[in-house]
Design a protein around this ligand. Sequence first.
Ligand code: ATP
Length: 334
Amino acid sequence: MSTTIPATLIPGDGIGPEVVSAAVRVLQATGIGFEWETVQAGLVALGKEGMPLPPNVLESVRRNRVALKGPTGTPVAGGHRSVNVEMRKTLDLYANVRPVHTMPGVKSRYEDVDIVVIRENTEDLYSGLEHVVVPGVVESLKIITEKASTRIAKYAFDYARKNGRKRVTAVHKANIMKLSDGLFLDCCRAVAKDYPEVTYDEMIVDNTCMQLVLDPTRFDMLLLENLYGDIVSDLCAGFIGGLGLAPGANIGDEAALFEAVHGSAPDIAGKNLANPMALILSAAMMLDHLGEQQAADRVRNAVHAVLKEGQKLTRDLGGTAGTTEIAEAIATKV
Ligand code: ATP
C-alpha cells in the first residue's frame, strides 16, 4: 500500500529550483508519495516578501518535521544573514551530517574514501555575534557551550554505533583556543567513554587537512565544530569528484532538513548544467531518516549505476548531459 508523507519543499536560489525538481522527480520514481508543501526562502522570498526567511517557512518545517531544500545564496560581507544558518539555529538542527565516499566510475585522486563528517550546526563563529569595537577593530565571538558540544559528540558516537563505524576523530585547535576548543574536547572525551567499542582520537585541524590530503582513506568519522566542519567537508567533497556529489542532512530533535553541501552556484544557474546528484543523494538520506531504507538504497544504487555507465554525466564530471536528463536517467533506474 502506498503512503503519503507530508514534507516541506524549499526550491531556493540559483541552481536550487533545477536540482530540487530533479530530486522530486527521482523521489516520485520510488513510488513513495510525498505531499509537498512548497515555500520560498532566500532571494526569491526577499524579492516577494521583503525577507529571506519568512515565518511560514519555519512553520512549515516545524509542522512537517522534514524538509528538502535547494541552496540559498548569501551575499558576501554585508546584506542579509544566511538563511541556512538562521534555519539551523532557529529549528535547532544541531547535527550536520555529510557523508563522503568514493563514487563508482568517477575519476578522483583517491579510491576507497569513506568518511562521515559530523559538524556542530548551531554555535561557534556562526553565532553571528560581530561588532565594531572602534573603527578599524572588529570583534567576532566564538561561542562554544558544554551543552551543544556534548550533544553533537553524542550524535556522532550514536551514529558510529548505529552504522558500524569504528573510529571518531575530534578535530580542533585547542593548542591555541585553549578554552573554547578545550571545552569541546573535554565534552568529546567524556562522551567517548560511554562508547568503548568506538575508537576515539583527536587531531589539530591544520594537521587534519594535511593528513586528509595525503591519505583520506585513513579516516572514518570526523567530529568538528561549526566552522572547521564547514571547511573540512568541502575539502572532503573534493576527494570524490566535487560538490555535485556531496549530500548532507541537518538533523534536530524536532525536525530534519536535507540539502546538498554545495551553494547556489549562480555561475551556472538556469542553464540546465547543474549536477542534481548531490541533492538526489540528500533525498536518499531523507528516505533513510523516514525509515524508507529500501527506497533510499534504490535511489543510491540508481545514482551509482548512472555514474558507472558514464554515458550521462553533467559538465562538472566531464559530460555534456543536462540536469533534467540526469534526473530522468536516475529515475528510470530507480
Ligand atoms: P553560494 O554563494 O550560494 O555559496 P557559490 O558559487 O559561492 O554559491 P557553490 O554554489 O558551492 O558556491 O559553487 C562553487 C563552485 O562549484 C561553482 O563554480 C559552481 O558552479 C560549482 N558547483 C556547485 N554546485 C554544483 C552542482 N550541483 N553542479 C555543478 N557545479 C556545481
